[in-house]
Design a protein around this ligand. Structure first.
Ligand code: ZN
Length: 294
């Protein structure tokens, strides 16, 4: 008898103005994920995306962070700072080492280059070991967040783009029709990155119309470059200016047992150039990866 109300709650939650990421995805009895550091430094891997003209992809990523930073400056409590370009091809968090919140592009697909019986598939380490995209082939980007599983406090968050499959573009218009080139909008870097940076701060997907956290993106889409009022509301309440970052369960569990790695979010969603593929694509992108990796 308790199942029905829970299902109703989940259905409603999917279209809330914003949904916070939880220690266990979608489980409101577990703590929310949030940063407590005052200042967050993020870096871009110096390789950028070889398929994007010039340095335009670096600038697109900066604009995405900047649009969130503008909200934090207005009503939030975190300071974002871009660090220098670095050479970092690994994502995740390693204890007792310097860790970066890195943005990088994978240009080859592990599914095509790594043997199916390689141990890395079981260990979920193929991406770092072979520098390839090891997640669902239809996903545009992944935000891998490492957090304390009891307190929900975020330690590290890394954004990886699937450049093995998608043509990432940075122009404003027009939308691409085949053939796809970098002179039209195919998979817009800023559009996808603004969504991923939402995950970076602890936002989960919502199906609210117009949300940057809507779980999919179509070819030619640039609407997620602009952060919606609901997602803005998340910053203003979860990270309210002048106060501490807000947990979801009180009293907040402050005991720090050390970080637990987990994937809190998947990509902005796969876009298909052919409408006939859209149903298949939607089904693919709704699969969320959230399993622990350590
Ligand atoms: Zn997402």
């Amino acid at each position: 008898m308790t199942l029905a109300p829970i299902l109703v709650a989940l259905a409603l939650g999917q279209s809330d103005p914003y949904v916070r990421s939880r220690v266990k995805a979608g489980d409101a009895t577990t703590q929310c994920l949030f940063w407590t550091a005052d200042r967050i430094v993020w870096n871009q891997d110096a390789a950028g995306n070889p398929g994007t003209p010039g340095d335009t992809e670096f600038e697109a990523i900066r604009r995405s962070f900047r649009s969130w930073q503008d909200i934090f400056e207005d009503c939030g409590n975190l300071t974002l700072q871009e660090g220098p370009l670095i050479n970092e091809r690994k994502t995740g968090y390693v204890r007792n080492q310097e860790n970066h919140n890195v943005v990088l592009y994978r240009t080859s697909d592990c599914h095509a280059t790594v043997s199916a019986d390689d141990k890395c598939w079981d260990d979920d380490t193929c991406g770092n070991q072979y520098d390839c995209w090891d997640d669902d082939e239809g996903t545009i980007a992944i935000t891998l967040t490492t957090y304390d599983k009891r307190s929900g406090i975020i330690y590290d968050s890394d954004i990886t783009f699937n450049a093995a499959r998608y043509t990432f573009t940075t122009v404003d218009s027009p939308g691409c029709f085949p053939p796809v080139t970098t002179n039209c909008v195919s998979t817009d870097v800023q559009n996808a990155a603004t969504h991923e940076v939402g995950h970076f701060f602890g936002l989960d997907h919502t199906r609210a119309a117009g949300s940057v956290m809507f779980p999919s993106a179509s070819v030619g889409e640039t609407s997620k470059r602009t952060i919606d009022a609901g997602s803005r509301g998340f910053v203003c309440s979860a990270y309210a200016k002048g106060g501490p970052s807000q947990a979801c369960m009180h009293p907040a569990i402050s005991e720090d047992l050390g970080p637990k790695a987990g994937c809190t979010a998947t990509g902005a969603g796969a876009g298909a150039s052919l409408p006939l593929l859209s149903a298949w694509v939607v089904a693919r992108v709704l699969r969320r990866r959230r399993e622990a990796t350590s």
